[in-house]
Design a protein around this ligand. Structure first.
Ligand SMILES: Nc1nc2c(c(=O)[nH]1)N[C@H]1C(S)=C(S)[C@@H](COP(=O)(O)O)O[C@H]1N2
Ligand SMILES: [Mo]
Length: 314
């Protein structure tokens, strides 16, 4: 297995450019990129793997606010990418309670305001890779999941942490898929993965409050895993001894595993994971880049999987 070295995976808050700077930079880059695309007309757009540009782990040019907030997967609000932005206004995010339970010393029902500690909020620009082979670069605002876990004081017997999304058919219009997907949406991590400082509990985007379609008021972001691990609108966090059942791995076990680490060497049974389409509606021509092992975060997280056969534990 080829392990590509990630040079820099996140930008400390001190280096974050405010949104207006992002936007100006983007306009400038967008214009020059347009000329480049026109010059290469005829070279073929999306498609063949060999056409994908080499990915640069340092290229963290953020995707636009509009793309991040209108091209979503949040099946409770519809199956089309545009549905969550259209429908998620019915989600009521205040008051919001998070139940912490299972194997821990401090279980309980926490109000959002008590669960989120404003003093430890950070801005992090992460690459985000969906299992459907598209990607974005997203400036999240949140706090380390490790903080929330430490406060719950998990028992030594706890080996995993499971999460659940709100399921309220009155607020969520996509009821037809309930039997197939088995909502509430569930996800989980091994506890050592969850404690890794790159794993974030997210409450914001571009320094603003997280829009409902992106998983308000509280979602998970695990940047080295496929996007579906990053569960939205979390109402429950449970510590367990055994690997918890997760939505997609339960639904289609041959296609989605519990680990779901981004891995260009392990294809989805129905498509390649070797490269990804960069979501950017401002570009006339689709751009594809190579997918990096562990989404470019191998330097930081590859040790978590030492000795594991990642083709078996996909
Ligand atoms: N509750 C819930 N969480 C979810 C999903 C979902 O359908 N429901 N979709 C997942 C998938 S497949 C992806 S790619 C990301 C999309 O996050 P975004 O819309 O903020 O880009 O959310 C993940 N979390
Ligand atoms: Mo996804």
């Amino acid at each position: 297995m080829i392990i590509r070295i990630a040079k820099k995976s996140d930008i400390p808050s001190s280096e974050i450019t405010p949104e207006d700077v992002y936007i100006n930079r983007r306009k400038f880059l967008g214009a020059s990129a347009g000329i480049g695309a026109a010059a290469f007309l005829g070279c073929g757009a999306a498609g063949a793997e060999s056409d994908a540009e080499a990915a640069d782990s340092q290229d963290l040019e953020p995707t636009s606010w509009d793309d991040i907030t209108t091209y979503n997967n949040f099946y409770e609000f519809g199956l089309d990418k545009a549905d969550p932005a259209r429908n998620a206004h019915t989600l009521v995010t205040r008051p919001w309670t998070i139940r912490v339970d299972g194997l821990c010393a401090k279980p309980g029902d926490y109000q959002l305001e008590d669960f989120v500690k404003p003093s430890v909020m950070e801005d992090r620009v992460y690459r985000f890779r969906c299992v459907e082979a598209w990607s974005m670069v997203i400036p999240w605002r949140g706090f380390p999941l490790a903080d929330a876990i430490a406060r719950a004081e998990p028992d030594p017997s706890a080996k995993y942490v499971a999460f659940e999304t709100l399921w309220d058919p009155d607020q969520m219009p996509e009821r037809r898929w309930k039997p197939r997907i088995g909502w509430p949406y569930r996800e989980g991590l091994r506890l050592d993965e969850a404690m890794h400082p790159l794993a974030l509990m997210v409450t914001g985007l571009y320094g603003k409050t997280l829009p409902n379609q992106n998983g308000a008021p509280l979602r998970l972001i695990v940047p080295w895993k496929y996007g579906f691990k990053s569960i939205k609108s979390i109402v429950r966090m449970t510590f367990t001894e055994d690997e918890p059942p997760t939505t997609w791995a339960t639904q289609t076990p041959g296609e989605y595993g519990f680990y779901s680490n981004v891995n260009p060497n392990v294809n989805h049974p129905r498509w390649s994971q070797a490269n990804e389409r960069v979501v950017d509606s401002s570009r006339l021509f689709k751009r594809r880049i190579e997918t990096l092992f562990l989404n470019g975060y191998a330097d930081e997280v590859a040790h978590l999987y030492e000795g594991m056969d990642l083709k078996k534990f996909f």
